[in-house]
Write a protein that binds this ligand. Structure first.
Ligand code: MG
Length: 384
């Protein structure tokens, strides 16, 4: 397979959204988050670099708040959609192979659609996601009377993001007369005689146009995110010392734990569970034990890093459950302090963090009191 094309995304959010009523619709919330945030986050997570948000200057402060923490650059929108796209395209870096143009009113962009578009660009100037027309098409007159039934063969409903070779899109827009106002970007390439292909669209890419569409968006928001589960396991050997650190809590003991960092098997297992949930390797990949920076490190650093990787993918941690396995020290008196510390590190309510303890009935290495083991599970919600 050839290496994937590098791409920038242009998110058009310069409309006032009057048809949807009230505030600009790109700022209205869906499932607790501004509409525009959904697609910007999904495009960034799919590899768009940068994501260019085309907006009205008066909306910038509100958009900065709505898009907090996401890697975006802004461009000034124009009076018409095509003017806004031109402005966004001008802000796309020359090094980008492709540009994806997207309407902020379609919040639920899946990584699979982006993958299909980029693959299609290997052999085309443009690619658009589209769904076949399934409903019977009627032509009506001004009085609302049916005057004809139209054939629907070969008809498709075009969605966004639409993907283009950057240079092809630039040339096509340069050739577009200022008086023409296409309703999508593929039409600009079609007019220039360039090759645009259809790839399978996604019902989740439905456009939010009218106030009642927000109810549908609330329902779709559930399907646009998935729950992932990860597991982690860790063990550290006892050595000389006067305390152990487990789940971020220092416990006086007649031995210590051997490790490059603070040897907190509990936090290490939770860190691996988070990394596992988003399939980003393990703690050793991110914090090699050969790196002197992590000598005697507080393992909270590792856990916070794993959390930041989850968040960078648009995810959030739902809950964690860790089991500490040892004969000594007794874990129970420290359990609540451990839960509180892990909850604090992950920004979770206390009832989303469980710390359990068990022995192995004096069997195996934990039973022989050679060390302490921990296993953890974490569930994480991310864009689908
Ligand atoms: Mg470890």
């Amino acid at each position: 397979m050839p290496p994937r094309l590098s791409f920038a995304a242009v998110v058009v959010a310069a409309g006032s959204g009057v048809r949807a009523g009230g505030a600009p619709k790109q700022l209205r919330k869906v499932a607790g988050e501004p509409l525009v945030r959904w697609s910007v986050r999904a495009l960034a997570a799919a590899g768009a670099d940068p994501v260019i948000v085309v907006r009205r200057p008066e909306d910038e402060a509100a958009l900065l708040e709505a898009l907090q923490g996401l890697p975006v650059v802004f461009a000034d929108g124009g009076a018409r959609r095509c003017d806004s796209v031109r402005a966004g395209l001008a802000a796309a870096p020359a090094g980008a192979d492709a540009v994806l143009v997207h309407d902020a009113a379609r919040p639920f962009v899946g990584a699979q659609v982006v993958g299909r578009l980029l693959e299609a660009l290997e052999t085309a100037d443009g690619a658009i996601p589209a769904l076949p027309v399934a409903d019977t098409l009627k032509r009506g007159d001004a009085a609302g009377r049916v005057v004809a039934t139209e054939p629907r063969d070969g008809l498709w409903r075009a969605q966004t993001p639409q993907a283009f070779r950057r240079e092809a899109l630039r040339r096509a827009y340069a050739a577009l007369p200022a008086s023409e106002e296409p309703t999508d970007d593929a039409a600009v390439l079609e007019r220039a005689g360039l090759r645009v292909v259809l790839v399978p669209g996604d019902p989740l890419l439905a456009k939010i146009t009218y106030p009642e569409d927000f109810d549908m968006a609330e329902r779709l928001a559930g399907a646009a995110r998935i729950v992932r589960v990860g597991s982690g396991f860790d063990a550290h050997r006892f050595t000389e010392g006067d305390h152990v650190t487990l789940c971020g809590v220092r416990i006086p003991h007649d031995q210590g734990l051997l490790g490059h960092s603070d040897a907190d098997a509990g936090l290490h297992a939770i860190t691996d569970a988070l990394l596992g949930a988003v399939a980003l390797g393990d703690i050793g990949d991110h914090f090699p034990p050969t790196d002197p920076r992590w000598k005697d490190a507080d393992s909270a650093v590792f856990l916070r890093h794993a959390l930041s990787l989850v968040q960078a993918r648009g995810g959030r941690v739902l809950n964690v459950d860790v089991t500490l396995i040892c004969e000594r020290p007794k874990v129970k008196p420290h359990r609540e302090a451990m839960r509180a510390r892990v909850a604090e590190l992950l920004g979770l309510p206390l009832d989303r963090v469980s710390v359990k303890a068990t022995t192995t009935e004096e069997m195996g290495f934990t039973g022989r009191r050679e060390g302490i083991a921990a296993q953890a599970m974490a569930s994480v919600e991310t864009p689908a």
